[in-house]
Design a protein around this ligand. Structure first.
Ligand code: NAD
Ligand code: UDP
Length: 309
């Protein structure tokens, strides 16, 4: 298949593009390099089935493809809050343009949605049937509501035009090729630990997240895309909850760092907990993460060691 990956020069997009090429597909990678870089895909540039286009998905795109993974959108809070209006446009105008492209070409189209659609959840773990608890006017809303509206568009295009949609609700994912200045917690803590700087725990560090290694996540995305008839949102993540304070301690221990922990103010609307219920992915895709957090973190530390030293 000829597959378009928007946001293909980002962290997840570059791993996904690589995997799609490995299994024999052609990949058209589209990115405006807002948070992604050419360096993330430089090793793919010579591949005969790989093509890279600089383009912003808030503008229409005319290409001929058989399948689409729509990943374009900054994922780290510091980056999506830097230009919140552009973040909302990327999610909503981007979805409209990409769905229009899918409608014209008849391509199957997968949306990279997020656990953020659950907001600050009142139940844990979160199943897909949970409608969420999102502040519509807070500093995270540009991302959370943008992604929620994108889901609305995907399901309306499915009901109204019978488009072959997939919606993956991705929970916190980490691994090699996260940018060192990305601002998300795993990359922050690892870079800080490797440089013997203080690890910046926000609040008291009691907030909970569940971290999935990138290879597992990419396998889940591909499995969801190629499984027939799944027209409902599917959670993809690793149900192994940990507090941010425990994560800081775990990373200090893995790196053997002399770093200490410092406490900074908790950003507003920072969800207290996040844990995926992946019963649907297990049942419908026969998918579950394989990599333990310890092994995944060690691989990620190795990547950053080569980058920052
Ligand atoms: P990332 O920031 O590394 O990648 C996003 C990519 O999209 C970047 O290459 C960026 O330059 C590109 N982009 C941003 N705006 C664009 C635009 N208007 N036009 C074209 N390209 C644009 O983030 P990531 O972690 O790789 O996330 C990829 C997708 O997965 C995002 O949609 C994100 O919301 C979703 N997601 C990721 C996670 C995670 O933990 N990594 C969790 C939930 C959802
Ligand atoms: N966090 C932290 N220190 C950091 C970066 C993040 O304590 O240097 C916390 C943040 O407050 C949140 C959690 O780690 O509770 C995960 O943050 P991230 O930005 O990685 O993703 P989120 O799940 O909030 O979108």
């Amino acid at each position: 298949m000829k597959i378009l990956v928007t946001g293909g020069a980002g962290f997840l997009g570059s791993h996904l593009s690589e995997k799609l090429l490995d299994i024999g597909h052609e990949v058209l990678c589209v990115d405006n390099f807002y948070t992604g870089t050419k360096k993330n895909v430089s090793h793919l540039m010579e591949h005969p089935n790989f093509e890279l286009i600089r383009h912003d998905v808030t503008f229409p795109l005319y290409v001929e493809v058989d399948g689409i993974f729509n990943l374009a959108c900054p994922a780290s809070p510091i980056h999506y809050q830097r230009n919140p209006v552009q973040t909302t446009k990327t999610s909503i105008h981007g979805a409209i343009n990409i769905l229009g492209l899918a409608k014209r070409t008849g391509a199957r189209v997968l949306q990279a949605s997020t656990s953020e659609v659950y907001g600050d959840p009142t139940i844990s773990p979160q199943p897909e049937s949970y409608w969420g608890n999102v502040n519509p006017i807070g500093i995270r809303a540009c991302y959370d509501e943008g992604k929620r509206a994108a889901e609305t568009l995907f399901f309306d295009y499915y009901r109204q035009y019978n488009l072959d949609i997939r919606v993956a609700r991705i929970f916190n994912t980490y691994g090699p090729r996260m940018a060192p200045d990305d601002g998300r917690v795993v990359s922050n803590f690892i870079v800080q630990a490797l440089q013997n700087q203080e690890l910046t725990v926000y609040g008291e560090g009691k907030q909970v997240r569940s971290f999935c290694y990138v290879d597992d996540l990419v396998e889940g995305l591909i499995s969801l895309f190629f499984t027939e008839g799944i027209h409902e949102p599917i959670n993809l993540g690793n149900p192994a909850p940990i507090t941010m304070l425990e994560l800081a301690q775990e990373i200090i221990s893995i790196t053997g760092s002399k770093s200490r922990i410092t406490y900074l103010p908790l950003p507003s609307d920072d969800p207290l907990t996040r844990e995926p219920d992946i019963a649907k992915a297990r049942q419908l895709l026969n998918w579950q993460p394989k990599e333990s957090r310890g092994d995944g973190l060690r691989k990620t530390v190795k990547y950053f060691q080569e980058l920052v030293n």
